[in-house]
Design a protein around this ligand. Structure first.
Ligand SMILES: [Cu+2]
Length: 191
């Protein structure tokens, strides 16, 4: 009790300056300790979150790439006339002509370009024709010639393409799938 009084006496009198110095020193030491704690502890805390941020950024980039894809997807196909080797057309009573590509697969919204090459040396005509609604494509070529067509695949489904001169063998299928975005979004979140 006496000691306390003595100290308070000291505080309230001339000894105030040294006490102030002490307080400054203590505050300074605490501040220094705090700074040390921050520099030591904070990096330990922030490194994982930085990694998470990088991972998040990578995910964002992937998502951005995917969402940009449908808007800028121009798909180009090269289709050639071909023949079934070894087929006796007279005996089989059927044309042995086929397309080099029996299937063209795109996504709805794609801009589709078909380059069609008639490789006949005899001048025989071939066509690449789609007349299933809403599509209307007709690349009609003489031998040794080529043509092309570009259209927007604005309806999903399976649409046959065929050669006007060589049915029923010279056929193929245009397959228009849903946009890649919606197939990615269809995976439901785990709940
Ligand atoms: Cu043909």
């Amino acid at each position: 009790m006496y000691n306390f009084l003595l100290i308070s006496d000291m505080n309230s009198s001339k000894k105030q300056k040294p006490t102030l110095v002490m307080i400054i020193v203590i505050v300074g030491a605490l501040a220094f300790l705090g700074a040390v704690m921050l520099t030591v502890v904070v990096p330990v805390v922030t490194i994982p979150s930085q990694q998470e941020a990088v991972a998040q950024q990578q995910q964002d980039n992937t998502a951005t790439t995917q969402s940009i894809m449908p808007a800028s997807s121009n798909k180009t196909f090269y289709v050639f006339t071909a023949e079934i080797e070894g087929l006796n057309e007279t005996a089989a009573k059927i044309a042995g002509d086929i397309y080099s590509l029996p299937e063209i697969e795109v996504n709805r919204g794609d801009s589709v370009t078909v380059h069609f090459y008639n490789l006949e040396e005899t001048g025989e005509r071939h066509s690449f024709t789609i007349d299933a609604q809403p599509y209307s494509v007709d690349i009609d070529t003489a031998g040794d010639q080529s043509g092309n067509a570009t259209f927007i695949a604005n309806q999903e489904g399976i649409f046959p393409y065929y050669c006007k001169y060589h049915l029923p063998t010279m056929t193929g299928e245009l397959v228009v799938l849903p946009p890649p975005q919606s197939s990615g979004a269809s995976s439901p979140p785990a709940t």
